[in-house]
Design a protein around this ligand. Structure first.
Ligand code: ADP
Ligand code: MG
Length: 257
């Protein structure tokens, strides 16, 4: 059965979408069958994988409002073995609409049952908030990857995220452990990046996995989405591509644990 992993951090701009798109593409290149579920109304993962989001009738929104099944909205991408369940701005209404539904926190978890066997990995790209969309992502997932930007205030809001995760565990009996913390936009030459890395290690202690791979700041990673491609196909030789391939190797190394 496919492993479901949410890429989560309510902070915007820390590399969630870049990680969802490029880690998924890297795993697809390594012969895994991968689905990206775009749970952000901004639809950046959708665009980044080459889908014109404004023309879509069936999206994650129609799945969450139970008008279509998840298998009805899944689209292929340019990369063999990489699929996307797209979103667009219509998803922005979901937060309010869903809050009156019974079992609103578990709609994605139910929807995903039909397709779980078809994929090795399912990654959820989540929005920059801790609302109903993120709650659905957490409840549906086996674990989370938390990208942290190597910047000032990197850990701001982290206590709220961990509290939300432990509430989901306790109240909904839905544990969602941390698969790994990922340092992003990382420049190992700067003292700031090293300081933040140390701070993150102190904050999480020995008990949580911090990925050995760090993701460097790389302009090719930032350019690729405007071409509707993962960096891995846009520029296979870039340092951004190399970093996400290395991270994919780390994830595959965890498969037999
Ligand atoms: P989030 O999904 O957490 O809001 P994004 O992945 O969209 O973050 O990244 C925010 C911005 O930073 C985007 O413009 C993206 O292209 C850019 N970006 C993300 N990671 C990198 C990186 N490692 N190097 C260069 N630019 C990056
Ligand atoms: Mg994003």
């Amino acid at each position: 059965m496919g492993e479901m992993i949410s890429i989560i951090n309510q902070k915007g701009g820390c590399g969630k979408t870049t990680t969802a798109v490029n880690l998924s593409a890297a795993l697809a290149l390594l012969d895994r069958r991968v689905l990206v579920i775009d749970m952000d109304p901004q639809g950046n993962a959708t665009t980044g994988l080459g889908i014109k989001k404004s023309e879509l009738e069936s999206t994650i929104y129609t799945v969450l409002s139970r008008k279509t099944g998840l298998s009805d909205v899944i689209l292929p991408t340019e990369l063999q073995d990489l699929y996307i369940a797209p979103s667009n701005i219509s998803l922005s209404g979901a937060e309010i609409e869903l809050s009156s539904e019974i079992g609103y926190h578990a709609i994605l978890q139910e929807a995903v049952r039909d397709v779980r066997n078809e994929f090795d990995y399912i990654f959820i790209d989540s929005p920059p908030s801790l609302g109903i969309l993120t709650l659905n992502a957490l409840v549906a997932s086996d674990s989370v990857i938390i990208p942290i930007q190597a910047e000032y205030y990197a850990l701001e809001g982290m206590a709220d995220l961990l509290k939300t995760m432990s509430l989901v565990h306790e109240r909904l009996q839905s544990p969602c452990p941390i698969k790994g913390i990922l340092m992003t936009l990382y420049d190992s030459r700067t003292r700031l990046a090293r300081d933040v890395h140390r701070e993150v290690k102190n904050f999480f202690g020995e008990s949580e996995n911090i990925f050995r791979t760090t993701i460097p700041r790389n302009v090719r990673l930032a350019e690729a989405p405007s071409h509707g491609k993962p960096c891995i196909t846009y520029d296979p030789e870039s340092t951004g591509t190399a970093a996400y391939m290395k991270l994919a190797g780390e994830i595959i190394g965890m498969e037999c644990e």
